[in-house]
Design a protein around this ligand. Structure first.
Ligand code: NAD
Length: 358
């Protein structure tokens, strides 16, 4: 039976830590009982928000009433906090990117196994409506068999905050946003990756990447371009996907976009158009009769929310939606992307599942 109240402490009460507190305000099963943060300002903020302040991590871990530790610190300390919490018998929720290196996640997974505790990563963008809309188009073959997927996020505000500019904290856009877009892609496309080519950008002069483009090829023939930019004053669509029968575009977070599919049967041939200094039939828009335009499909709730799932997992009623093996694959893919960018090479011989887990 699911316990009514699990008590949770947030470690790292900054932007995301306090956002979790807001998300959990009306949660039926999980209650935030306190926070721990190394910053005096954030302790004051926690008290002002009505949450008890713990004086140290060990004070959190030795408090028997605490069931869950939620880690929302910068990325470099996720591992040490996670292992200490698991060893203290707590279940752990951890922000993304779970760790900077895949080896660190293996250590955490080992600690979770030894202590028989749940360790669940907050890959919250698996629940984003834009992603679920594109996943539905993909799964239901609304544009035929998908053969190319472009997924991008672009801003014009540079790298935000302080620690995100520094390597030692796990800064940079590949680790920050790349982890979400790659997690979505691998959650959608169930096929082995056969090649990776990446280009990281350093336009802003930081020691970490301020954006990137990654080209990925899957064994089933699907190609993908994943792109993150922080110096884009004009944005390209969030998603652009091609299938054997049509094309789908999602422009923004508000799910504006459309689907254009080819009509079956005899269709009028396109008429040549004047294009620049020449004529073209190839690049002319399809005749009206040749295609149909439709709205994007609406997504219905098909899986538990993140926190519903966390509670089901610790109650022994469900498998985690975000599995650690999947998170590990994404970390290893990011390591491959760094290697491709450093060497300016297409990387082909790699395995996203480490041999110790095979
Ligand atoms: P932030 O800088 O706003 O907050 C981090 C907080 O952690 C700060 O208050 C800092 O004082 C505290 N801190 C640092 N070291 C600590 C330690 N050893 N022990 C306790 N507290 C410590 O950063 P943020 O934007 O909130 O990011 C935090 C984490 O959340 C990162 O891993 C980030 O990638 C992730 N994040 C996830 C999402 C998402 O959508 N899933 C969005 C934003 C951030």
């Amino acid at each position: 039976m699911t316990k009514k109240n699990y008590l949770l402490v947030i470690v790292g009460y900054g932007g995301m830590g306090s956002y979790h507190a807001k998300l959990l305000k009306d949660n039926q099963n999980i209650e935030v009982v306190g926070t721990y943060d190394i910053s005096e300002d954030r302790r004051t903020a926690s008290l002002a928000d009505g949450y008890k302040v713990y004086e140290s991590l060990s004070a959190v871990l030795s408090d028997d009433i605490v069931d869950f530790v939620l880690i929302a610190t910068p990325n470099d300390v996720h591992k040490e906090i996670a292992i200490a919490a698991l060893n203290a018998g707590k279940d752990v929720i951890c922000e993304k990117p779970v760790t900077i290196y895949s080896e660190e996640l293996l250590e955490i997974m080992e600690a979770a196994k030894i202590n028989d505790r749940a360790f669940i990563v907050h890959q919250n963008r698996r629940w984003d409506e834009d992603f679920l809309t594109m996943k539905k188009i993909y799964d239901e073959q609304i544009i035929g068999e998908v053969f190319h997927i472009e997924s991008r996020v672009q801003g014009a505000n540079g790298i935000p905050g302080d620690w995100r500019h520094l390597k030692e904290y796990g800064g940079g856009m590949l680790l920050d946003w790349g982890v979400h877009l790659l997690d979505q892609l691998l959650f959608m496309v169930d096929s082995k990756i056969t090649s990776v080519f990446a280009n990281l950008s350093y336009i802003l002069g930081d020691e970490v990447d301020d954006g990137f483009q990654v080209f990925i090829t899957f064994e089933n023939g699907i190609t993908s371009l994943i792109e993150v930019g922080t110096t884009n004053f004009i944005q390209l669509p969030r998603w652009y996907t091609k299938g054997t029968k049509g094309t789908a575009v999602i422009n923004d977070w508000d799910i504006n976009g459309k689907i254009v599919t080819q009509n079956l049967g005899e269709v009028e041939a396109p008429k040549p158009i004047k294009a620049g200094q020449g004529l073209t039939k190839t690049m002319a828009p399809p005749s009206e009769k040749a295609v149909s335009t439709s709205d994007l499909p609406k997504v219905e709730k098909t899986m538990e929310s993140f926190y519903e799932n966390v509670v089901s997992v610790v109650a022994g009623n469900a498998e985690p939606i975000v599995k650690n093996e999947e998170v590990l694959r994404v970390l290893r893919l990011m390591e491959t992307i760094f290697k491709s960018a450093e060497t300016n090479q297409v990387i082909k011989d790699f395995d996203l599942v480490p041999s110790k887990l095979n």
